[in-house]
Every structure is written in C-alpha cells, then in structure tokens.
Ligand binder design. Sequence first.
Ligand SMILES: Cc1cc2nc3c(=O)[nH]c(=O)nc-3n(C[C@H](O)[C@H](O)[C@H](O)COP(=O)(O)OP(=O)(O)OC[C@H]3O[C@@H](n4cnc5c(N)ncnc54)[C@H](O)[C@@H]3O)c2cc1C
Length: 313
Amino acid sequence: MTENLMIIGSGPAGLTAAIYAARANQSPLVITGNEIGGQIATTNEVENYPGFVDGVTGPELVQLMQKQAQKFGARIEMDYVTGVDLRARPFKLETQNGNTYHTQALIVATGASARKLNVPGEKEFAGRGVSYCATCDGFFFRGKEIAVIGGGDSALQEGLFLTKFASKVHIIHRRDQLRAQPILQDRARNDPKINFVWNSVVKEIQGSAKVETLVLENPRTHALAELPTQGVFVYVGHTPNTQLFQGQLAMDAEGYIQVDARLHTNVPGVFAAGEAHDHVFRQAVISAGYGCMAEMEAEKFLAELAHTSSHPV
Ligand SMILES: Cc1cc2nc3c(=O)[nH]c(=O)nc-3n(C[C@H](O)[C@H](O)[C@H](O)COP(=O)(O)OP(=O)(O)OC[C@H]3O[C@@H](n4cnc5c(N)ncnc54)[C@H](O)[C@@H]3O)c2cc1C
C-alpha cells in the first residue's frame, strides 16, 4: 500500500503538520522517533507558546498536539526511520521495527538533538551525573550542587528550573556575556541559588561511581580550575537529525536541509519543517508554523499529482 503523506518526527513541526493533514483528510502517517514530542517534551516550563496564559509543561503541550492530530484521523506510529530512498516516487522508508513504507509525499520534521561536549568523562558518566534533560533528571539532584553548561535560553531556563531541586546551580559559560533573552538573564542573576562561572569551558568530567569534579579551562589564558559538582546538565547547541538524508537532500555544511521559501527541498514531493532546516529561530511556535506551511505545500503537491494522473498529457 502506498501512503499519501508521511511525516517523520513528532515534535511541534511534525505534529502540527499532522493536524493540518488530518483535517485535510489526508490521513497522514507520523513516524514519531524513539520518543514522542521532540525537544520541547524535555522541558518543564513553556511560557511563550501562545494560548497558554499560565504556561504549560512541554510533555503536556505535545500530548495536546498529538491528541488534536489523532482526533482528526492522523495515525501515529512509535518507530524510527532507519533508511530512505528518495530517488523515485513513491518514496521508500524503512524503520527500526522492520517496516517498509511507500509514500507519495514526505515531510521531514526530524528536528535537532542536543550537541555533546565531546570531552573525556561525558560518555562514561552519562546517566551517572551527566544529563541533557532537566525535566527528566532534575529530581535526582535534590539538595546537590550541580553545573549547567551553556549561555543561551535553554541553559538559563533549565538552570532556573533546576534550582527547585539543587542546592546550588553553577552556570558555566565560555564567554562573559549571555546569549539568553533578557527576561531569563534577569531571573537568573536575581536567583540566589545561581552562580555564574564566566570564561570557562569544560575540559573533563571526573569522578568514580558518579560525577564529582569538572575540570574547567579559561579559553583565553588556558588556566585550569576544578569545580566540585554532582551533576552536569549540557545545553551547548544542537545538531540537526538529518544524517539519514545525506546524499539525497541538499544540505548546508552543518547538515541543515536546504529549502526554498515554501519549504520544498531539492526533491519534488519532499518538504522539510522545523529545526531540521531552521537553525535561526529554534522555537516551538516557529517549528509549528513550519509544520503548517510544509503540510499546505504537500497538499498542493498531492492535488497536482492527483490531477495529472487523472488527466494524463
Ligand atoms: C531544554 C529545552 C527547552 C526549550 N524551551 C522552549 C520554550 O520554552 N519555548 C519554545 O518555543 N521552544 C523551546 N525549546 C525549543 C523547542 O523545543 C524546539 O524549537 C522545537 O522542539 C523544535 O521542534 P521540531 O519539531 O522542529 O523538532 P524536534 O522537537 O527536535 O523534534 C524532532 C522529532 O523528530 C524525531 N526524529 C528524529 N529522527 C528521526 C527518525 N530517523 N525517525 C523518526 N523520527 C525521528 C524525534 O524523535 C522528534 O520527535 C526548548 C528546547 C530545549 C532543548
């Protein structure tokens, strides 16, 4: 059987595309990835998604999006796409669960993943003090002293959230100025549990059974320092989840999919939405908007396809 429209990814981009496609009677099939909801599902506090006056948790927000898509007939499969063949239509997709799908149109909403520090100790202590998700792991650090690495919105937002559990949150930043929104900067600077450690990059994470010490380096002077800590939360940027499409979809040097203003990729019938192509805005509402745009273009593509096959030239 050939699907009309498949969507890879269940973050705000993928689920919004699914809502629009389902309401257009396309009966879209969403392949979620290994967890439903994408990056926003890893944060506890979303204060800037329109319509939620008192904020909403990330997991709650994506649950609502999923329900909304399913209400209109979207099918949601918990699976992970491991191979694609976009050389001919219908496109072919293979998944971790051993399924093979064919689809006339495809929306790539595979988003991005947290960038690693790539320092000694990071891999060894993953799950034993090193984390990329404050919502998931914050609770384990009750009364403990921890470090958050990064200086952007995510680092500050999650650092502030972690003060609910930790006795002290050291925010380690490579520069002496933050990139985060001023409102987050103000809150962090005024929080007595937060301590900024400026001009510092992590060289190594040390410990025995669990994380015990961070070795920091001043990038200008190369002076080394040690910071005792029991947890390390890493928020140092993202890498797009697009390796799957290497050699088939045009990408920039960092792996972001290249699209035109209407989110068409270089392959007709394949559209990209959200952080798989957007490395500028990185907000849930923007990804949701891209999901809507990509779906509307996919719908047009499918309508033209149906017209051409019923009126061959
Ligand atoms: C800690 C944190 C806090 C944040 N806070 C906010 C906030 O307060 N407000 C805000 O607007 N934004 C926030 N953001 C940013 C927001 O989460 C992202 O902008 C948004 O999630 C991007 O949506 P997306 O759908 O493009 O991609 P993602 O959310 O990255 O979703 C990608 C999806 O694709 C799936 N996937 C990847 N590869 C495959 C594959 N091969 N097969 C199948 N599925 C695949 C993944 O499992 C995932 O479901 C935050 C981000 C983080 C990390």
